[in-house]
Design a protein around this ligand. Sequence first.
Ligand SMILES: *Cc1c(COP(=O)(O)O)cnc(C)c1O
Length: 356
Amino acid sequence: MIPIAKPIIGDEEKKAVLDVLSSGIIAQGPRVKEFEQAFSEFIGTEFSIAVNSGTAALHIALLAHGIGPGDEVITTPFTFIATSNPILFTGAKPVFADIDEETFNINPDKIQEKITNKTKALLPVHLYGHPADMKAIQEVAEDHRLLIIEDACQAHGAEFNGKRVGSFGTGCFSFYPTKNMTTSEGGMITMNNKGIAKKARMLREHGSRERYVHEILGFNLRMTDISAAIGLCQLKKLPEFNQRRIENAKYLTELIRNERIITPKVRENCKHVFHQYTIRVMDDRDKIADTLNEKGIGTGIYYPIPIHKQKLYKDLGYNESLPVSEKLANDVISLPIHPSITRENLEYISSVLNGL
Ligand SMILES: *Cc1c(COP(=O)(O)O)cnc(C)c1O
C-alpha cells in the first residue's frame, strides 16, 4: 500500500531525543525555547509560543485575544473540527462562511455577508497548504476592525505575496505526525504583538509569569523538550520536505489525463506547500476511493462532512445550507504526494486514475 501520509524520522531526531532524555530536563526546558526562536525566525514573526497541539494553539490564541461569550468568530466549515471547536471552548460562536470552489478556502465575499456587530475575529484556514486570500481577508478585517487568527496547521512555509502564513495575524500551527513537519504531538502560536504573546504564555502555564504566582485562569498546555528536539531537526528539513511535496504535486498534475478529474490549482502570488494533493471527481467519489485502495493506493477524504453538518453542531442549532462546502465534501479525494513518494509511485497512481 502506498500510504497517504508518513512521518520521516531520521538519525538526527533519534539522537536529539536521546540527548534530551540523558540531560534530565525532559519537560519544557531549553529545547522548547530554542525551537520557539527558530520557528519565529522561519515564519517571520517576533514571537512564537510552543504548546502541545494545534488545537491548544487555536484555543490559547482565541483566549489571548479576549474572545469569549457574546462574540462571533467567522471561519470555514470545510476543515478539521479542531478549527472551530476551540471557538466553542471560549464560549464564543463559530459562524461559517462558505468556500471558494477552486482553492477550497474561505470565500472573502461570503465573509462580508456574515459580519454582525458581534463579530470579533476572522479565522481563515490555509487548507491543504494553499494560503487563504489574505489580501481580501485583511481588507475585510481592516474595514470592520476585526482580529485575524490564522489556522496554519496544514501550511508550514506556505506564502501569500511572498510573506509566510502565520505572520498575517496570530498564527496557529500543528506538528501532528501527518503534517508537513512533526514533533509527534505539538503546536505553535506565532505573533508580533507583545501583549498577546505575554498572555498566551501565561495561558499555557496556569496563568502565571512567575512560579506559583497566578494572575489569570490558565492551563497546562506545555510542549516537552523531547518534542521540541524533534521539532528543531524537522524545521531544518522542512524546506526540502516542502520542495519534494511541490515537485510531486507538479508531476502528478502533469500525468493525470482524465476529463472527469479536476486537479488542484495554485493561485497567483501563492506558495502552496501541498500538505494534501486533493482532486475532485465528478461521480461516485466513494467508489473511486475504494478502487484506488484496492489497487494499493492510500487515499484520504478531507473532509466528508462539513462542520455545520456534524451532529455536535446540528445539536447546537446550526441548520443553514452552505452549498459549495456541501458539494465539495462529496467530490474530494486526497492522494499521496508526501516526501517519501517516488516518481514511480506517482506514475502508478496516475495510470490507475487515467484508467478509471
Ligand atoms: C491538524 C489540524 C488542527 C489540529 O491540530 P492538532 O495538533 O491535531 O491538535 C487544526 N486545524 C487543522 C486545519 C488541522 O489540519
